[in-house]
Design a binder for this molecule. Structure first.
Ligand code: SAM
Length: 244
């Protein structure tokens, strides 16, 4: 059972840790984590005493090699502060190097804010595109949004409270009619999900400045034919050529 274990952890509610995660974290030789205090709380809650070490993707190659050397003979876990490692979190370089070095990689699925938000928002979910955090600078944020304008899918972003209103205003300018959803404090006591046009939701949050963590979702552009049934356009086109 040596190898690198990518272990998802809760995004708020500690009850969401999986039975398998606790079992693997307990058996591991070491747990690589972003912040030993944050992960320490989870381990305490789960009664796990495994040693922790800090890791992020800025770690030196030598540090990464050290972790992978250990993972050849012992189980080693990677967790992030919350949710699924690698998803807007460290781990990409470690997994890449592990695969290259022939170290076994195992991924233990669990909470992920993007997916939790998607399942709560009631927006079309047959196609979605997760695009991480929107850029901080206004111009770059507008550029990213315009670049995604023609994507026939629900768009998912991670966002922070202080930036939400400005992002919603930019979205309202580009897409006044697309439905958006703000999923906040998922799995926590003050969980909420608000939907409407970007300007409606912006008005609400101008009056109620949002605290905590946020997933921002934008429903697909109104080309329902391609979102409801991606093959419908093609079938229609074919029928025009050879009516049966
Ligand atoms: N790896 C994590 C995951 O699987 O969801 C995401 C890590 S990323 C650094 C942190 C961002 O995820 C937050 O800024 C927020 O946008 C989102 N997030 C994390 N937990 C959340 C929660 N409980 N409710 C809403 N959004 C959350």
């Amino acid at each position: 059972e040596a190898g690198l274990y990518i272990v998802a952890t809760p995004i708020g509610n500690l009850g969401d840790v999986t039975v398998r995660a606790v079992d693997v974290l307990r058996r591991c030789e070491v747990i690589a984590c972003e912040d030993t205090r944050v992960t320490g709380k989870l381990l305490k809650h789960c009664g796990v005493n495994t040693r922790m070490m800090r890791y992020d993707d800025h770690a030196s190659d030598r540090q990464r090699e050290g972790i992978l050397d250990l993972a050849r003979s012992q189980p080693v876990a990677l967790v992030s502060d919350a949710g699924t490692p690698l998803i807007s979190d460290p781990g990409y370089r470690l997994v890449r190097d592990a695969r290259e070095a022939g170290v076994t990689v195992t991924s233990l699925p669990g909470a992920c804010a993007a997916i939790t938000g998607l399942t709560l928002a009631g927006l079309p979910n047959d196609r979605f595109l997760f695009a991480g955090f929107l850029p901080v600078k206004e111009k770059a944020r507008g550029d990213v949004l315009s670049e995604l304008a023609n994507v026939a899918a629900t768009l998912i972003f991670y966002e922070t409270g202080p930036r939400l209103e400005r992002s919603l205003k930019t979205i309202a300018e580009i897409w006044p009619t697309r439905e958006v959803a703000v999923a906040r404090e998922l799995t926590k006591m003050h969980e909420e999900c608000r939907t409407g046009t970007a300007s409606d939701v912006a008005t609400y949050y101008a009056a109620h400045p949002p605290k905590g963590e946020i997933v921002l979702l934008i429903g697909p552009p109104d080309v329902s034919i391609s979102t409801a049934d991606p093959d419908a356009l093609l079938r229609e086109a074919l029928q025009e050529v050879s009516p049966s």
